[in-house]
Design a protein around this ligand. Structure first.
Ligand code: NDP
Length: 287
C-alpha cells in the first residue's frame, strides 16, 4: 500500500507532481482554486476534493505547491490541520518558511519546508537530476522520505525550517550570476559576424570547467586562509579589469553587470592582501 496524500495547488509544478505520484501508485487527493485543473487530473486517477479543507481532512500527509506564501495561508485558512503532516513546496524566503512552520505548529500540525530545484519537465524523470531541498524535523522527513522521493530526488538540509529555502535561494542566486555573465558575453559579440550558436558551446564548456572552483572557495572560507591554493591572485585580476571594461566600451556594451563585482574586488584589494583569491568578496557582502 502506497502512502496516500493530499496535494493542494495544480499549477505547472503541482500538476507535474500529481502525475508523478499517480504514476508511482500513490492515491492522490487534489485540490486547486480553479477547479478545472483538478478535473483534468481526476480523469487520470486522482480524487478531486471539493475544497482544500476536504482534501486535508481525507489525508494525514498534506503537500502544498502554491504560488507564494500568502496563497498557502489563504488556501489552508478553513482547514483543520490538527495531527497533519504539512509539507510546503511553495517557494519562499527562509523567514517565510520559519513563520509558516510556527503557524502550522500553532494549528497542531508538523511541518517540513521544501525548495524545488527542478522545472516541471524534470518531475518524474530521475535521469534529469531534479531534486527538492527539505528542512524541518528529521524524523518527519524520514517518515515521508519514500513518498516525497517519488516525483523528484530529496536532499535534507537540516532541522531549521528555513534551511530548504535558504539553500534554494543560494543556488538560484548563483545561477543569476551565471546568467548575468552569459548575457554580457553574448552582448559583446552581438554586433559582430559571430554566430551566438558558436559561442554557446564554448561558454558552456568554460562555465562547467570553472564551476568546481567553488570547492576551493569553500575550503578557504573554512580555514580562513584565502591565499591557500590560489592560482589567479586578486591583484592580478584587479589589474585585468580595465581589459574587460575597455572591451565592453569598444563593443558598445554597457558594463553594468560587471561593475558591481569589480568594485568589490577593488575594495578588497585596497583593504586586504593582493595574494588572496576572490574569496574576500564574501566577507565584504556580510552586513
Ligand atoms: P503556477 O503559476 O503555474 O501555479 C500557481 C498555483 O497557485 C495555481 O494552482 C494557482 O491556482 C495557485 N494559487 C495562486 N494564488 C492562490 C491563492 N491565493 N489561493 C489558492 N491557490 C492559489 O506556478 P507553479 O506551479 O509553476 O509553481 C508553484 C510553486 O512551485 C511556486 O512557489 C514556484 O516558485 C515553485 N516552483 C516552480 C518551478 C517552475 O519551474 N514552475 C520551479 C521551482 C519551483 P489557480 O489555478 O486557481 O490560479
Amino acid at each position: 500500500e502506497k502512502t496516500p496524500l493530499a496535494l493542494l495547488g495544480l499549477g505547472a509544478m503541482g500538476t507535474a507532481l500529481a502525475r508523478a505520484w499517480l504514476a508511482a501508485g500513490h492515491p492522490v487527493t487534489v485540490w486547486n482554486r480553479t477547479p478545472s485543473r483538478a478535473a483534468a487530473l481526476a480523469a487520470e486517477g486522482a480524487r478531486a476534493a471539493e475544497s482544500a479543507a476536504a482534501a486535508v481532512e481525507a489525508n494525514t500527509l498534506v503537500v502544498t505547491c502554491l504560488l507564494d506564501d500568502a496563497s498557502v495561508e489563504e488556501a489552508l485558512a478553513g482547514a483543520d490541520l490538527d495531527g497533519k503532516d504539512l509539507v510546503n513546496l511553495t517557494t519562499g524566503t527562509p523567514g517565510q518558511a520559519r513563520g509558516r512552520a510556527a503557524w502550522a505548529h500553532g494549528r497542531g500540525a508538523r511541518y517540513l519546508d521544501g525548495g524545488i530545484m527542478a522545472v516541471p519537465p524534470m518531475v518524474g524523470v530521475p535521469e534529469a537530476g531534479g531534486y527538492v531541498f527539505y528542512s524541518g524535523p528529521r524524523d518527519l522527513f524520514e517518515r515521508h522520505r519514500e513518498v516525497l522521493g517519488a516525483p523528484l530526488g530529496t536532499e535534507y538540509v537540516g532541522e531549521d525550517a528555513g534551511f530548504a529555502a535558504l539553500h534554494d535561494v543560494a543556488l538560484l542566486s548563483a545561477m543569476y550570476g551565471m546568467f548575468a555573465g552569459a548575457a554580457h558575453a553574448f552582448a559583446l559579440i552581438r554586433k559582430e559576424d559571430i554566430d551566438p550558436a558558436s559561442l554557446a558551446p564554448l561558454l558552456a564548456g568554460w562555465l562547467t570547467a570553472l564551476a568546481p572552483s567553488v570547492h576551493q572557495t569553500a575550503e578557504q572560507l573554512r580555514s580562513g586562509d584565502y591565499t591557500k591554493g590560489v592560482v589567479s591572485t586578486l591583484a592580478m585580476q584587479v589589474a585585468g579589469t580595465p581589459t574587460f571594461l575597455d572591451t565592453a566600451e569598444q563593443q558598445g556594451v554597457s558594463p553594468e553587470l560587471l561593475t558591481p563585482y569589480f568594485a568589490l574586488m577593488r575594495r578588497r584589494l585596497a583593504e586586504g592582501d593582493g595574494k588572496e583569491d576572490l574569496t574576500g568578496v564574501v566577507d565584504l557582502l556580510a552586513r
